[in-house]
Design a protein around this ligand. Structure first.
Ligand SMILES: Cc1cc2nc3c(=O)[nH]c(=O)nc-3n(C[C@H](O)[C@H](O)[C@H](O)COP(=O)(O)OP(=O)(O)OC[C@H]3O[C@@H](n4cnc5c(N)ncnc54)[C@H](O)[C@@H]3O)c2cc1C
Length: 301
């Protein structure tokens, strides 16, 4: 079915018209600040609306993607031909603690979960402080810092299925591997962390130390930036890119940072095509000079 006909047939149902918009620009919603629109963009305020949108998308054969904070997404110029859904509403971003467990809405900020757990004397997340983004994206991408990823403290997640039902998935079933999970296409709505009781003062001090050291290894200008590559097993992406002499290289209005070249910066006038060209150039040169096939962390929409 051609695109126009497909979208004519799946007009936004009246009951969802106040939460789903057409042709919404995604550029202001992603860290790189570039890219085309989402055909439909939804900001549901509760689980019932998320269910309705999910079922509507499935019934109309519309691809569906979740947008967190947009720190790890590059949107192509053509945009996303489907439904993009934000889980930033209070109903899907709350945090609660019971015993040693922290339950977090997938749309909540990872940094809020870290601060809340440390304040309650629960350790296990503090090394992830400063990683931008939401809890849901952190789990789906198995974020890591200092060689430790998020997986050991994830007890279970709740995901929404295409028919709107919620299914609980245990840690073992998530299929965590380095910077990946086997959750392709799943929508995480909630995460339960199993944490370690500790002294809140000692945990807070540790958090502050980690925060200071993390900030010292970031480019001064944190706007319109992405971390495109996964560190290979034997060497960091930063060192690898420096070693092959690609620090600071430019493709149109996109460049790698000169001192922290594992960060890509979109300057005024940058386009998604330029980002993709720069990424290809880096991967090609690294492969040619070292034999290492740099894998992408950045999700290309
Ligand atoms: C300056 C900077 C520093 C960074 N440092 C690190 C670091 O130290 N370690 C590290 O691992 N990463 C790092 N990253 C990458 C990034 O922060 C992580 O990938 C983060 O988890 C992305 O979160 P987000 O909410 O912005 O996700 P988004 O960019 O919005 O989405 C990323 C992907 O997750 C999917 N997703 C989002 N929410 C859900 C959900 N609820 N259910 C299912 N899928 C979902 C999206 O569909 C998309 O495919 C860094 C990025 C930047 C820009």
């Amino acid at each position: 079915m051609n695109r126009a006909l497909r979208y004519y047939r799946c007009m936004i149902p009246e009951r969802l018209q106040h939460v789903v918009r057409s042709d919404e620009s995604l550029a202001p919603l992603v860290w790189l600040g570039i890219g085309g629109p989402a055909h439909f963009f939804a900001e549901p305020v509760d689980i019932e609306q998320i269910t309705e949108i999910t079922v509507w998308a499935a019934e109309n054969d519309l691809p569906l993607r979740i947008l967190g904070s947009g720190s790890n997404v590059l949107v192509r110029e053509s945009g996303f031909d489907g439904v993009v859904i934000s889980l930033a509403a209070a109903a899907t971003s709350g945090l609660s603690i019971e015993g040693d467990c922290l339950t977090a809405g997938a749309g909540g900020k990872l940094s809020h979960a870290v601060v809340k757990s440390v304040g309650a004397g629960l350790g296990g997340l503090e090394h992830l402080m400063g990683i931008p983004g939401t809890v849901g994206a952190a789990v789906v991408g198995n974020v890591s810092s200092g060689g430790r990823d998020i997986s050991p403290v994830v007890k279970a997640i709740r995901v929404m299925e295409a028919d709107g039902s919620i299914r609980e998935i245990s840690q073992e079933e998530i299929g965590f591997t380095y910077r990946k999970t086997s959750l392709t296409g799943a929508m995480i709505v909630e995460v339960v962390f199993q944490l370690e009781p500790g002294d809140p003062v000692a945990l807070t001090k540790r958090l502050q130390k980690l925060w200071i050291s993390r900030n010292s290894t970031r480019p001064a200008d944190m706007e319109r930036i992405a971390m495109p590559f996964i560190d290979p097993d034997t060497i960091s992406a930063l060192e690898l890119i420096q070693n092959v002499g690609l620090a600071g290289i430019r493709e149109g209005d996109v460049s790698l940072d000169s001192s922290q070249p594992h960060y890509m910066i979109a300057h005024q006038g940058a386009t998604s095509d330029q980002c993709l060209k720069l990424i290809d150039r880096v991967r090609e040169q690294v492969l040619l000079q070292t034999g290492i096939d740099l894998q992408l962390n950045l999700q290309i929409w």
